[in-house]
Design a protein around this ligand. Structure first.
Ligand code: PNS
Length: 161
């Protein structure tokens, strides 16, 4: 049996940058487990159920991709799947500094390996936080997130006005 790529994140909301990594992981690994962090302390814009629903919709055509949630330590979730390696996208050197710390800690805690995938340069400036900020101030995020996500973002912001 092949390895599972564990793609963890907050995904609040999923962006085209996340999707690029998930899709490329699905071309390399037999299974991709997209793991959505359930952490209300981060005060996400979307509930974990909403984030999962958006991911399921936009990953529907990718083979071997499943979407699930986790709370607590990522390694505890990873340990339940003995065949899993963590796959993370790296946008820039600034990402690397924190990502290497987390990768080393996860390896130290549970021997779980992390593989880094360079982000497609088209998305190296993109983050969920920036997308939310741009949308909040009326900027157009077309082409940065899937259309369904853009619509939900718009609806959520309208609800808050
Ligand atoms: O999309 P994000 O917010 O950059 O994802 C970060 C995430 C969820 C991968 C990271 O915060 C995480 O793994 N959180 C779970 C808690 C944990 O395991 N912390 C110790 C990391 S060494």
């Amino acid at each position: 049996m092949g390895l599972t790529a564990l793609c963890p994140g907050t995904f609040d909301p999923v962006t085209n940058g996340h999707l690029d990594i998930i899709e490329r992981a699905s071309e390399t690994f037999e299974t991709v487990a997209v793991a959505v962090l359930e952490n209300p302390a981060k005060r996400p814009m979307f509930t974990v159920e909403e984030r999962i629903a958006m991911l399921e919709k936009v990953c529907a055509d990718m083979s071997g991709v499943e979407v699930t949630s986790f709370d607590g330590l990522l390694v505890d979730f990873a340990r339940r799947r003995s065949d899993a390696v963590i796959v993370k996208g790296l946008r820039a050197v600034s990402d690397y500094e924190f990502e290497i710390q987390m990768a080393q800690m996860n390896h130290r805690l549970a021997g779980v390996e992390t593989l880094f995938m360079p982000t497609n340069p088209s998305w190296s400036f993109l983050s969920s936080s920036l997308v939310k900020e741009v949308a909040r101030f009326g900027g157009d995020v077309e082409g940065l997130v899937p259309d369904e996500v853009r619509a939900r973002l718009h609806d959520r912001l309208e609800e808050g006005r």
